[in-house]
Design a protein around this ligand. Structure first.
Ligand code: GUN
Ligand code: FE
Length: 461
């Protein structure tokens, strides 16, 4: 009886807490239907296009049932009775999309930065991932990772797990619970990775099928993505199986392409029938408009053209490309040529989990490319790089242009009050640019993912 009462009190507390948590939400009835309305007020900044930064000072960002209705300078009449979450002078911008990262490598973030790709994989990475056979350890790492990503303003992710099915399920659970949206892939790798981290072809096939069955319909916001690690670690039989599966079930695919010179030469040896790396994916049906390929550092014109023609997405990972001595991708050229470029942290080849830092790393990398090619004025602008980390990435997940009507609400609120004092009053544009370089997770006071508020450090005024 006592226990029953205690439970009743707990439920009541939950309700009360729930109402407080939904402080930022109002309810409206329309044609007998209840709608959840969220109105955020502040200094709104978004990039609907790569060369367009829209700023609305003291604007209202309105969403209904998690979908954006619009950005308004005057609150439309029908919302006048709804509570407004007024964030005052804070910046409100789209949250970030990380289209390429390795979740288990979070455990080695900032370590092993002294080797190029293939030696780095053999020396550090495969050993780190092997520990994810233990699903309790996986839970501990993944719970922390999910929280850290949300705290840093990333709400959409395309992640590699390890080859372990159970731990992959754990990653999906932890991402879902934290409020993340996106894709997770059980890694497939049945050759060339030594003894610590490998599976037979039959194991890989069986575990992938079982993982798809277990995860089917289980999560609302996290979906499976097929993940052949890269051509060198996948046998032809495994690639053929994954290609068939992708086609039959209309599944997305993630992998690596032309990251490093030694890797490219190795692929050539393994697939002498392919004149270029991309063809080793294409011949198995793994190179289409549901595919995201990380890096593309060394793609020449023909390979870039194949990416474009096949509608493949590129995940540009600037910090990783420097750390693993891979090179600097011709990111601006790819954008100009019409390739669909997005941004990835590629942790732990990349050591930057916070995507605002990956955005600024992309600017630095493109400047390095300019210096290298003697074209000193052809580097990414802040707007272009911000677009890559927000709108361009969101599009891979089915999102649209910035805060356009119809998009799911993915947003962050940044309080820059603790940044260095400036002698003059800064414009919102200047403050936005500075925030991209300087913001730390403690400055991100609220995060919204798919309409849900998943972080709240500071109450609206
Ligand atoms: N290529 C194959 N596996 C990996 C990985 O884990 N990281 C990077 N950067 N490249 C890869
Ligand atoms: Fe990677």
């Amino acid at each position: 009886m006592g226990k029953f009462l205690l439970n009743r009190v707990r439920v009541l507390l939950w309700v009360v807490r729930g109402v407080r948590f939904l402080n930022t939400t109002g309810f409206m009835a329309e044609k007998d239907k209840m709608m959840t309305v969220q109105i955020l007020k502040g200094q709104i900044v978004h990039a609907p296009d790569s060369n367009r930064l829209d700023i609305l000072e003291n604007g209202f960002l309105v969403s209904v049932d998690g979908k954006i209705e619009g950005v308004f300078d005057i609150l439309p009449q029908q919302y006048q009775s709804v509570d407004v979450s007024d964030y005052g002078d804070c910046l409100i911008m789209p949250s970030f999309a990380d289209t390429h990262m390795h979740a288990p490598q979070y455990a080695m973030l900032g370590m092993g930065m002294d080797l190029p790709l293939l030696d780095w994989l053999d020396t550090y990475t495969f050993k780190t991932e092997a520990a994810f056979k233990d699903k309790d350890y996986a839970r501990c790492v993944y719970r922390r990772l999910a929280r850290e990503m949300i705290d840093n303003g990333t709400t959409r992710v395309c992640a590699f797990s390890s080859l372990h099915r159970k731990s992959t399920m754990v990653l999906m659970e932890e991402f879902e619970k934290a409020g993340m949206t996106g894709y997770v892939g059980k890694v497939n790798m049945d050759r060339n990775s030594g003894d610590v981290l490998t599976e037979t072809t039959q194991e890989s096939i069986r575990e992938t099928e079982q993982w798809l069955e277990e995860s089917s319909g289980r999560f609302k916001h996290i979906k499976p993505i097929l993940t052949p690690r890269f051509t060198p670690t996948c046998s032809n039989e495994l690639m053929a199986f994954l290609g068939r599966l992708a086609q039959e079930r209309h599944l997305p695919v993630q992998s690596h392409l032309s990251e490093n010179i030694a890797e490219i030469a190795w692929v050539k040896e393994l697939h002498p029938d392919c004149s270029q790396y991309w063809e080793s994916y294409k011949k198995y049906g793994l190179f289409n408009d549901r595919t995201v390929m990380a890096h593309c550092v060394h793609c020449d014109e023909r390979e870039r053209n194949a990416i474009k023609e096949n509608g493949v997405w590129v995940a540009h990972c600037p910090d990783s490309n420097i750390n693993l001595v891979s090179g600097t991708a011709p990111v601006r050229k790819m954008m100009k040529e019409g390739l669909r470029v997005t941004l990835g942290s590629d942790i732990a080849g990349g050591a930057l989990l916070a995507m605002n830092q990956v955005v600024t790393a992309a600017i630095r990398a493109s400047k390095a490319k300019c210096i290298e090619t003697n074209r000193s004025d052809d580097f990414l602008t802040v707007t272009e790089a911000f677009y890559l980390g927000t709108t361009a990435g969101a599009k891979f997940f089915g999102g649209g242009d910035g805060f356009a009507k119809g998009n799911e609400l993915h947003a962050i609120v940044v309080d820059d009050a603790s940044f260095p004092p400036s002698a003059k009053k800064l414009s919102v544009k200047e403050r936005f640019e500075r925030a991209l370089y300087l913001m730390h997770k403690d400055d991100i006071v609220a995060v919204f993912s798919n309409g849900r508020q998943v972080k709240s450090l500071k109450k609206p005024f």
